[in-house]
Design a protein around this ligand. Structure first.
Ligand code: BG6
Length: 490
């Protein structure tokens, strides 16, 4: 890891405290790279205030021993206040401050600019970073942008244009923290490191794929952001879409950013345009989660009484290419569901005929249960493959059993997603980050679910599995003949 200055915009915010600083602490200790951190925000804090606050954040969020907490380098942290952010001199002053830190610390001018700020000010901040010449570094300059990248296709394109005025694509790191999860990366290892499954990973053998991201949490204190976003923008356009791409993509030529990102874009370009009738949107009403009564979405803090923001989305996508034509990919995600679980279930086709329907021995009730491969990304990360076995006894009776693998049992706890992502940013590896083309293709795909003409909003009691309408939509199976009735238009 080269010596570098890590500039965090939005340094007083929650993400910095909960995720960035604990991850930076770990990376700085593990890799012993010379990394300095400059926090930037509007609050009028001093260096000392920032150092104290970040030390408190570490104690609260990083689960460190006293010894490791003691080893945290306070002197590596500085703070710059942009109280007057609208004025160019704020950014000129920031440029001088950056130079001063680089000189004093003997850094070669490598800079990472991390936008941990409200999405509404991304464009303006990029403009100010660029106009003040902060990206004209002696070493490398990298820009990190948190999701959501844009609010729809037009705003994402506009933001990409602004970013590209000052940064080329190979300097830009668009974060989707799901890509930093060890188990998400393992999807690629599982698919492309094992010939066994890859040879049955297609329309001939797979009946349907279900991708589920369920949460028990409600909107919490994030209504300011969430009520304007909703579940499609907050979860489907990014996290679920990334999972879809990793499940459906063709083998890349190498485990590198370029080949992987190209294959993901091809998946998105192959998805059949979505009709609003192919999706169910819902909003949670009052109910009970984990045995506790919880309020309706519209009664949550800072949510308008008449909000029509969706907190649940279920939709079925068709990937029209040679590998997947006719196989439905059912995506479903919601807040205030009965449990927190992220899972991909691949349903294989049933055996073509049952040879167990033998009068002499009796008919097995489970003779044709399909094999299901379940990839669990959280909470108990691992794989389960169900298969049929004969129950002991005179009659031929089949039973479903499971082969299971759990990451934690084999390898211990997985590293935090943010640690993986920050390490890659600092080393300059873009494999786990989203390319401009991906983000635009994905917004284009979900346009029918955003704004006017989107599906009607249903309600569901908190703690249930979502609106009733979504249960019937989920039953849509993968019979190819049904799928062929609809023309596959590009
Ligand atoms: C975030 C969303 O990106 O992901 C949140 O903004 C959501 O609304 C969170 O709760 C879920 O992440 P994880 O890692 O807990 O599944």
């Amino acid at each position: 890891m080269q010596p570098q200055l890590f500039v965090v915009f939005g340094a007083t915010g929650d993400l910095t405290r909960r995720k960035l600083v604990p991850a930076l602490h770990h990376l700085m200790q593990e890799h012993e790279g010379d990394v300095r951190i400059l926090g930037v925000a509007r609050s009028e804090w001093s260096d000392e205030d920032f150092r104290r606050e970040m030390r408190e954040a570490l104690a609260e969020h990083a689960d460190l021993t006293d010894e490791k907490l003691e080893a945290w380098c306070d002197a590596c942290l500085s703070y710059y206040s942009l109280a007057n952010t609208g004025h160019a001199h704020g950014y000129n002053g920031l440029r001088e401050r950056i130079r001063e830190i680089e000189e004093t610390a003997g850094l070669p001018g490598n800079r990472v600019f991390y936008l941990s700020i409200p999405p509404a000010v991304y464009e303006k901040t990029v403009e100010q970073i660029g106009a003040a010449g902060l990206a004209d570094a002696d070493g490398f300059a990298r820009l990190v942008v948190e999701k959501p990248f844009g609010h729809d296709l037009a705003s994402a394109q506009q933001l990409n244009e602004k970013v590209h005025e000052y940064f080329s694509e190979n300097q830009v790191y668009r974060i989707d923290h799901y890509l930093g999860k060890e188990t998400v990366q393992n999807l690629l290892a599982f698919r492309f490191g094992n010939a066994l499954f890859e040879s049955v990973w297609d329309r001939e053998h797979v009946e349907k794929v279900e991708i589920t991201v369920a949460e028990t949490l409600g909107v919490g204190t994030r209504a300011g952001y969430y009520d304007d976003a909703g579940q499609v923008r907050d979860m489907v356009q990014n996290h679920l879409t990334q999972l879809l791409c990793l499940v459906a993509m063709e083998p890349p030529t190498a485990f590198r950013a370029g080949p992987i990102r190209r294959e993901k874009v091809k998946v998105l370009e192959s998805v059949r345009p979505l009709a609003p009738s192919g999706a169910v949107l819902g909003q949670y009403a009052a109910g009970e989660v984990d045995g506790e009564a919880v309020p309706a979405y519209t009664d949550e803090e800072d949510v308008p009484d008449d909000s029509d923001t969706e907190t649940f989305a279920a939709l079925t996508l068709k990937v029209d290419n040679w590998r997947w034509q006719g196989v439905p990919f059912a995506l479903r995600t919601g807040k205030r569901l009965p449990e927190k679980r992220t899972q991909i279930a691949v349903y294989f086709r049933e055996a073509p005929i049952s040879i167990f329907e033998n009068r002499q021995y009796g008919l097995s009730p489970n003779a044709l249960a399909p094999n299901v491969l379940t990839i669990t990304l959280q909470p108990d990360e691992g794989f389960d493959l169900s298969f049929g076995v004969k129950r002991p006894g005179e009659t031929i009776e089949l039973d479903t059993q499971t082969l299971s693998f759990r990451y934690e049992e084999a390898f211990g706890p997985a590293p935090e997603a943010y640690e993986t992502l920050l390490r890659d940013i600092m080393r300059g590896d873009q494999t786990l980050f989203v390319h401009a083309d991906e983000v635009e293709a994905s917004w284009a795909l979900y346009a029918p679910l955003l704004g006017e003409g989107r599906p009607p909003l249903r309600t569901y009691p908190a703690g249930s599995c979502g609106p009733d309408e979504a249960q019937s939509a989920a039953q849509g199976d993968g019979r190819r003949d049904e799928q062929r009735e609809e023309p596959a238009v590009a």
